[in-house]
Each structure stands twice: as C-alpha cells, then as structure tokens.
Design a protein around this ligand. Sequence first.
Ligand SMILES: *Cc1c(COP(=O)(O)O)cnc(C)c1O
Length: 536
Amino acid sequence: MEENDRGERDITDRLYGGGSEHRLLQEMLLGIGGVRAVRTYCRLTGHPEPEVFHTNEGHAGFLGLERIHELTGADADFDTALEAVRAGTVFTTHTPVPAGIDRFDRELVARHFGPGAELPRLDVADILRLGMETYPGGEPNLFNMAVMGLRLGSRANGVSTLHGAVSREMFAGLWPGFDPEEVPITSVTNGVHAPTWVAPEVQALGARDLPDVDAGDLWGLRRTLRGQLVDEVRRRLYASWRQRGAATAELGWIDDVLDPDVLTVGFARRVPSYKRLTLMLRDRDRLMELLLHPERPIQIVVAGKAHPADDGGKRLIQELVRFTDDPRVRHRIVFLPDYGMAMAQKLYPGCDVWLNNPLRPLEACGTSGMKAALNGGLNLSVLDGWWDEWFEPDFGWAIPTADGAATDDDRRDDLEAAALYDLLERRVAPRFYDRGPDGLPDRWIEMVRRTLTRLGPKVLAVRMVREYVEELYAPAARAHRALDGTAAGELAAWKARVRAAWPRVAVDVTWRRRRRAPPPSWAPRSPCGSGSTWGS
Ligand SMILES: *Cc1c(COP(=O)(O)O)cnc(C)c1O
C-alpha cells in the first residue's frame, strides 16, 4: 500500500529467498497482523470472536504472542495469559525435514520484540524461552518456530499416522522422561478438496451408482481423460519449446508426443531433494526399455518446480529435461515446467498411475496421489505418508524401500529404483495391457472402481475437517472456555508451585517390613515381578 514506507512494503515483496530477517518480519506480519486483521473483521461484521486458533507449522506462530499480549493488557501476567492462550491453540507440524522448519538467531528475535517493539508488554526473556531448543542436540542460540508452536499449543498433531509417530520421536526431547509413544502429538491425515480436484467427467459418473457402472463405460472415461491429458501436454510442450526459441517448423514432432492408448504414469513435484525427482533416471537403459517396450510401453508425464533458492533442485530438473529432450524417447516422456494448480488439475485425472518415490519417512503426508485417486488413478508409491496408512493391493502398488537398513543413500537409491522398474515391468504394465475377450483390462478396471468407491471417501478434505473438529477444535474450545477469568491464573500458579517443588519429590525405596497381609493369589503382579509393592 502506498501509505506504507519502503521498508514495510518490502516485507511482502516475495515469498521465498529473502534473508532471515526478511522472513522473521513476514512471520511477524502474518502472526501478529493476522490476529489484528481477524479482530478487526469481527468488530466490523459482528462475527463471533474465534475461540480456537490453529497454526499450520510455525510460520504464523507469533499469533500466540499477540494473543498473550492482548490478555496482559487486561492485567494477567505472562504465565496466566499463556495458559489461557494455550488452551485454545492447536499446532500442526507438517514436515520432518529440518529445512522446512524456521529457526532464527535468538539475537534477531530479541531485537524485534521487547520494549519499544510491536508487543511492548511482553518480556523478551519470556518470548525467547518459548522457542528454545532445550533438548539434547538443540542449538542454544536459535529460536525454533516449531518448538514455540508446540509450547503455545495445548494440542498438536502430524498429518498422517506415520508422520504422527515420526513427530513424536522427533520432538520427544521437549517432553523429557516420556517415552516417544507417550509424547502428546496425535495425527490427522490430510485430505483433498474434491470440488477442486475431481474432473467434471468423473463427477458426472459419481452421480450414478459407481459400483454398478459398466466396465466399458469406466474404461471409456479413463480413455477420455487420458486423451485430454495428451492434448494438454502437447499444447504446453509446444508453448515451452517456443519459449526456448524453437521455430514452428522444428516442432512437428510434438504432434506425436504421447499416445492416448498407452499406459500413462504421472509424477509432479516441487523438487526438494527428499522427493527424488530423478530416481527414475537411476538406470537410464532400463527406463528406456520400459518406455519403448514393443507391446507394453509406458509413457511418463513429469512436472516440477524448484524453490527459487534451491540450486540442487534446479540441477535435478535440468538433468530430467536433458533426458526428455532425447529424440529416441521424447515422444514417451515429457517434462512440463512451472508446475502449479492449474496444470495439476489437468494432470491428475489423465494419469493411469501416480508415482511417488520419496525417501521414507520424509513425506509427511503427500496429497497429489490422493487427487489422482479421486479420479480413478492408481498409486505406485513408497509406503510413506498417507499411502503407508491406506495402501491396499486393490488401490495400487507399494514400492519396497531400503529405509532403516544400514545402506548409504546411493545404494538405497539403486535398490529402490530397481524395485520401481521391476514393478512397472512385471506388475503394472501387464495388468494394464492384459485384455479380456471384450478388449477390456478387467482387473485394471476393477482396481479403478475400488479406488473410486473405497479409497475416494477416505482422502476427502471433509473427512479431515471432521476429524480436526471432533478431536482437536471442539476439545480446545471447551478447554479455552473452562479457563476464563480466574481459572487460568489458578492453573498457572499450580504449575509454578509443582515445578518449584518437584526437585524435592523423591521415591523412597527403603524397604520396610510389611505389616499387612500378603496379596491374594489373584492379585496382579507388579511390573517388577516381585509383588513387593502390593498395597504399599
Ligand atoms: C497437490 C499439489 C502439491 C502437493 O503434492 P504432494 O504430493 O504433497 O507433493 C504441490 N503442488 C501442486 C500444484 C499441487 O496441486
């Protein structure tokens, strides 16, 4: 806005790639400014004030500080305000990849809070305490936004069952003395928004009773969607080659790129290294054989987008582009630049198989495979994220992994790529090309049908939202209401008293002669097996 000065306007000039301070200012604007925007909206419209705030990852985490600041204006001390705010805060951790978590120099954070800064009533020391990595291996000089999120939220979750377990391990240090299974981080598996991601043709079919749709009709629909994808790919490829400076006369070959009757594999990614964009290139000869197989060829559509600051990701894209430029295979494998939502909407419905090969367990959930499934695409994926939870042989294939084994990354890529080629050659392609007397691949069509009818309902965003409401938002709202007025102060005081007294609590192991009768024979044995603690 014109009335903001230059420094203020620069805060929102780009999403990624500014320095650490730029990022911190963005997150202050998002968290602190976000709460103020919501308050203003409620005041102007009469909308009820929210009771629960949900922060996805740490980026908006400063909203907790803004709310504490609001309450300290009404005479509460920091710890009392913290209890009230915590009760109504839900935190979702989104990634086990360390680069996905924002960490700032303590000094930098200290400089932007405190007297004369945006939240003047808050003591900088109280703020810094919230983000400190007080666990073995933690960095004493860094302020960790996820750590603050977990301390500001009374309820926390990961985004798939597996990611919940990984997060409990990852953050166990914040709950010293607890076993990882007892760390209070639960999970709600992500879902996707059907009206956005289901192709209109599939939606129309859904109106009829899917289990009874004629196999021929279902196959006809898949053919239509594949055909639309082929047209779309040719259009985009043409535009992209023109942009690379090619003349129209050189681009006749694009008319023969992809074939609407060939098994089509999709793979579209942002390209952080754990997603392994180029795993399929591990053995180029093998890949080429699959693409050019005389009876059972496959064709692959790859789309990608690198983080502007990620040179490694850009290199991976170049490597892939070089392979797809090879005249021997360019009709069977294409790379589409600038992966975005508009492209994704065209891409998912037309693919027969959706490929996903992250380094397990680094894909917290993954959602592109869900979007493919909603359109009858079968998944071919490492058992990571949501696929670890809902994989069934009726819905696709699981790529075996070498995680956990003592193999180095190179060897692991070799093993997992070989497993991928084997699956494509021996399982996926035969099932697609084996036709019955009516010319239809009956078993494939059955998998499509089961994916639509049985997997489809699970991957929906409405299922996810219902779980958030029932398991996290409603309990948080009740806790928040219970901590009105004096209760938050009492809770804070009780915690302070217990914490102060805790070092003086001891378990007295002195053995004394038991005066009571021995336990009855049916009594459970104590965990240590001696029975000596019965009744004590
Ligand atoms: C769904 C989607 C993603 C996320 O896909 P993942 O499987 O979670 O990697 C990324 N970009 C676009 C454009 C999408 O539609």
